[in-house]
Design a protein around this ligand. Structure first.
Ligand SMILES: Cc1cc2nc3c(=O)[nH]c(=O)nc-3n(C[C@H](O)[C@H](O)[C@H](O)COP(=O)(O)O)c2cc1C
Length: 432
């Protein structure tokens, strides 16, 4: 049986076309409720630092704020790189040119961002790289960065040329994973002291940096007079005087110095001369391997053959890094060297990568091409300059949310699902 249903729909009044054939728009009386929906004004944020940070949506935004709020010479020290800064721009370019290939129709409701690194679970594959002179960027310095790392369950690495000591870091972040970065100097007593202090303070990972046989020539620092010892130009000095907030904080907090070597006799120039040791070689690494009983990473690997060799000497992992382009200019982008280094050390070795990470999706690219995690330097320093501890927290928030969204849009429900097939690197892998 077929039932035919007839519905009576009230006919809308016919709108008559105008003489030129166009149909006039039908209008209604304005409704206040609709306007209210459009005008959801946010309450004004009175604290200027908070306001700036809330408006920062990317690491590049934090960089722009840092540039405005910090003396130019300090900003240049962070942002600049060696010689013509070719490697520094290659690093960033390599990430930007990477293509992602998604696998859709996978449920990605709540991706698990965490991963295991050197036997510890961390919230996502990110480690704070060691950076010298951090209290010059902002008076809260290394302690603030270590606290952010602790809150976010991420490792923090204190530099040998930090402006705080390893003991100070453990005080600031007693529950943190506080690593220590070592420059082996040409003074054996000092080397012994540094390693013993890291051990006694509680650190369980030492990162030996090997790409500083001599200091890279950062032309901006030379031109600004930000050298060791400093020889500020008048221009630099006048520019600095435009930042009274920075000066007051600098002059009313502990002096900026190489805190870990403050008891060592000599001027800052003498100490700096010790720190860059052109005589560093494999015997030094063998010595350190014997002395340090816990995890040992070697940072500054740019070459698969070097990676194999340091692993043969007993390292627990490597950091593929060109020091953010601050040492050997014209070196290839770290990301481009990563697949060959991973091939050389095999699937079970810990491999970190740094240099050029500015976006959460860069972390995905690095993991896909063979890294267990990335280190970031400038990304968090821009945050520190833009707003101290809160700025570093903002940098982590930005990177984490970009990382999470990137995973979801790739159709991956966790860090463990990232694979090589999800990216096309921007250049073919370099020769072995
Ligand atoms: C201002 C600054 C200071 C740095 N100081 C050190 C250091 O003392 N020891 C070290 O091993 N690496 C140092 N680095 C290099 C970083 O650990 C890291 O390799 C680099 O910043 C990664 O590149 P990115 O800044 O593009 O993330 C420094 C980097 C910057 C930007």
């Amino acid at each position: 049986m077929t039932v035919t249903e007839t519905r009576h729909v009230a006919a809308a009044p016919q709108v008559q076309p105008a003489p030129d054939g166009s149909v006039p728009v039908r209008r209604q009386l304005p409704r206040l409720s609709e306007v209210r929906e459009l005008l959801q004004f946010r309450a004004p944020v009175l604290d200027p630092v908070k306001r700036r940070l809330e408006n920062a949506l990317t690491i590049e935004d934090l960089r722009r704020i840092g540039r405005r709020t910090t003396p130019r010479a300090v900003f240049d020290y962070v942002d600049g790189a060696a010689d013509a800064e070719i490697t520094a721009s290659r690093n960033v370019h390599a990430f930007r040119e990477t293509e992602f290939i998604p696998e859709n129709l996978n449920s990605v409701v709540d991706p698990d961002l965490s991963t295991e690194l050197l036997g510890e679970r961390i919230d996502f594959p990110l480690v704070f790289a060691p950076t010298g002179y951090t209290r010059m960027m902002h008076h809260q310095g290394e302690g603030a960065v270590a606290r952010v790392a602790q809150r976010n369950n991420l490792p923090y690495t204190l530099s040998t040329v930090g402006t705080d000591t390893i003991e100070g870091i453990w005080e600031a972040a007693p529950e943190g994973q506080n690593w220590f970065q070592l420059y082996l100097t040409n003074n054996h007593r000092l080397n012994n002291q540094l390693v013993d202090r890291a051990l006694e303070a509680g650190s369980r990972t030492v990162v030996l940096t090997i790409d500083t046989a001599v200091g890279g020539r950062r032309l901006k620092d030379v031109r600004n007079g930000l050298t060791i010892p400093p020889s500020l130009t008048l221009k630099t000095f006048f520019d600095m005087s435009r930042f009274p907030y920075w000066w007051v904080n600098k002059l009313t907090t502990a002096p900026i110095e190489f805190a870990s070597v403050r008891d060592f006799p000599g001027t800052s120039a003498d100490v700096a001369a010790l720190l860059f040791d052109p005589g560093l070689d494999y015997e030094d690494l063998a010595w350190l391997r014997k002395k340090w009983p816990h995890k040992l990473l070697v940072k500054g690997i740019q070459n698969p053959a070097d990676a194999g060799r340091v692993m043969d000497l007993g390292a627990d992992g490597v950091v593929v890094s060109n020091h953010g382009g601050r040492q050997l200019d014209r070196a290839p982008a770290s990301l481009d060297m990563l697949p060959a280094v991973r091939d050389a050390v095999g699937p079970d070795t810990t491999v970190l990568l740094d240099s050029g990470v500015r976006h959460g999706q860069d972390i995905i690219a690095a993991v896909a091409l063979g890294a267990d995690a990335v280190m970031v330097g400038r990304a968090y320093l821009y945050g520190l300059m833009a707003g101290g501890e809160a700025g570093v927290e903002r940098a982590v928030e930005i990177l984490r949310s970009e990382y999470r969204r990137g995973l979801q849009l790739l159709g991956l429900d966790g860090t463990a699902k990232i694979a090589e097939r999800h990216v096309n690197p921007h250049t073919p892998a370099p020769k072995r």
